[in-house]
Design a protein around this ligand. Structure first.
Ligand SMILES: [Zn+2]
Length: 79
């Protein structure tokens, strides 16, 4: 089985990192969502403790080639 990740520069600090593009936390810059690295996401969590954890399970993990993520987490269904 193969794996893939998205490799991008962090929109906040510029560090190059890998992530799951469907799970990675992002910030809006000039109307577009841009991914942020784990360090910046953890810092955001520290600055905004009442907003909840912005880091979804598997956000920085590879994705299996069949599209399944490896975290075991499933998106909650809409009510
Ligand atoms: Zn960063």
């Amino acid at each position: 089985m193969g794996y893939f990740v998205l490799i991008v520069p962090c929109a906040a600090c510029g560090a190059i990192f890998s992530c799951n593009p469907e799970r990675v936390p992002s910030i809006r810059i000039r109307g577009a969502r841009e991914a942020i690295c784990r360090n910046c996401a953890e810092r955001w969590n520290q600055l905004h403790p009442d907003a909840g954890n912005c880091i979804l399970p598997g956000a920085y993990d590879p994705i299996a080639e069949d599209g399944s993520d490896l975290s075991g987490w499933e998106e909650p269904e809409e009510p």
